[in-house]
Design a protein around this ligand. Structure first.
Ligand SMILES: NC(=O)c1ccc[n+]([C@@H]2O[C@H](COP(=O)([O-])OP(=O)(O)OC[C@H]3O[C@@H](n4cnc5c(N)ncnc54)[C@H](OP(=O)(O)O)[C@@H]3O)[C@@H](O)[C@H]2O)c1
Length: 246
């Protein structure tokens, strides 16, 4: 792939996996985090690095404006911002709920709006991929808040894909099960937590950010040129099969 790709959440586990694979393919990258020091520590002086909070309209627009100033208007977007706050509904604090909505849904809305706005202005086609979760489709205990936010992301993907299809702008999402990233260290760091998590999936094991990154890169590539408005599960069968319970 030879594109300019915007990666939000680029200091996170998934964002780094995508950046590594795309850099190896020779893509030019625009990397976003709220913390420029983390980007510097991870990427050195490679790629265009931007400090911004894309869960605000101003932050998301600033990213596209800065990229344009550097003549690096992206035609592909991998939106990897999000968090995972788990709790039964009656116990979840207002702060955690709002943090989850901002990180997962509000950031997706503003980033996608700024991205398609910039593409339209430049009269360019493009592609975006957002990250949902298995929990958006299948009721999963203690995932009420993230399920609500990610179901919103899936609706946003379909609506945006419909609006901009005529402009040649494709929008898809991926829906992973649990993956090993900094967001899941708390769950996966003990062997008990890891085994309990792995047991939830028909295919044994825990997913990796590299596997999901490869799927997202394919969705951004011209190979997926006729794919839009879709949510692609990468979840060890969680959302589609039920193994025999022994
Ligand atoms: N890991 C899993 O098991 C799993 C499963 C299902 C879905 N997902 C989804 O996969 C995506 C990537 O997650 P990850 O596992 O790579 O997590 P991660 O390592 O924690 O990275 C997520 C990044 O999101 C950014 N972020 C968090 N809250 C934000 C906010 N309020 N506003 C702006 N940026 C914020 C952070 O960037 P900065 O602090 O650098 O700004 C962080 O680096 C997320 O959408 C997550 O919900 C992950």
């Amino acid at each position: 792939m030879n594109k300019i790709v915007l990666i939000t959440g680029a200091a996170g586990g998934l964002g780094q996996a995508i950046a590594r694979q795309l850099a190896a393919e020779g893509c030019r990258l625009v990397l976003v985090s709220r913390d420029i020091e983390r980007l510097r520590a991870i990427y050195g002086h490679q790629h265009l690095q931007i400090a911004a909070d894309v869960s605000t309209v101003a932050g998301a627009r600033q990213v596209l404006a800065t990229a344009r100033e550097h003549e690096l208007l992206p035609t592909a977007l991998a939106h990897c911002v999000g968090n995972i706050r788990l709790s039964a509904l009656h116990r979840m604090s207002e702060t955690d709920f709002m943090d989850g909505l901002n990180a997962n849904l509000v950031s997706a809305f503003h980033t996608l709006a700024a991205f398609v706005g910039a593409l339209r202005e430049a009269k360019l086609p493009g592609a975006a991929v957002l990250v949902s979760s298995v929990a958006a489709q299948i009721g999963t205990p203690n995932h009420e808040a993230i399920a609500a936010a990610k179901a919103g992301v899936e609706g946003l993907v379909r609506g945006t894909a419909a609006t901009y299809a005529a402009n040649g702008i494709r929008v898809n999402a991926v829906a992973p099960g649990i993956m090993e990233t900094p967001a899941t260290t708390g769950i996966l760091s003990s062997s008990m937590g890891r085994e309990a998590a792995a047991r939830q999936y028909p295919l044994p094991g825990i997913g990796s950010a590299d596997e999901l990154a490869a799927l997202m890169i394919w969705l951004l590539s011209d190979h997926a040129g006729r794919v839009t408005g879709q949510v692609w599960a990468l979840d060890g069968g969680f959302s589609s099969i039920r193994p025999l319970v022994k």
